[in-house]
Design a protein around this ligand. Structure first.
Ligand SMILES: CC(C)(COP(=O)(O)OP(=O)(O)OC[C@H]1O[C@@H](n2cnc3c(N)ncnc32)[C@H](O)[C@@H]1OP(=O)(O)O)[C@@H](O)C(=O)NCCC(=O)NCCS
Length: 105
């Protein structure tokens, strides 16, 4: 699982390439990717990491977390409290239409 923090409220594709957009005092924890090796999936490992990221962001007094995902994972992230905002107009990497999801504290 990876990402950075920023004051920008929306996840943009350029963030993936420009690590200097990280702002340690930023309000929003962006989540760029969550991956579990195929042989280890469905054991709750990603869920543990996602929950830890949420807990850490809360401890750090962030405003919340933002991620993008494809349609089939919207219900998965909803379980953690993320709300689907809409199709992102700022993220089209991989030629995919991404949903932007946000968990606000
Ligand atoms: C998504 C991913 C990180 C989940 O990792 P994990 O360690 O298996 O996660 P958990 O064990 O905590 O949760 C498993 C849940 O993932 C969800 N899930 C994973 N892939 C899914 C898919 N293609 N469609 C729908 N749900 C999916 C299911 O809700 C599943 O719940 P279930 O056990 O009730 O079936 C893993 O499947 C992965 O690496 N996928 C490829 C990369 C990817 O798509 N990353 C997400 C980018 S936003």
């Amino acid at each position: 699982m990876d990402g950075f923090v920023t004051n920008e409220p929306d996840l943009k594709d350029e963030m993936y390439a420009k690590a200097d957009m990280h702002d340690a005092s930023g309000r929003w924890q962006m989540i760029f990717g969550v991956n579990t090796l195929p042989g280890y999936r469905k054991h709750g490992y990603a869920g543990e990491l996602i929950q830890r990221a949420i807990d850490t962001a809360r401890e750090q007094k962030r405003a919340g977390l933002v991620l993008t995902c494809e349609d089939e994972l919207v219900s998965y992230y909803t379980k953690f409290g993320f709300m689907n905002e809409c199709r992102s107009d700022k993220s089209q990497h991989g030629g995919v239409s991404w949903n932007q999801m946000r968990l606000t504290f």
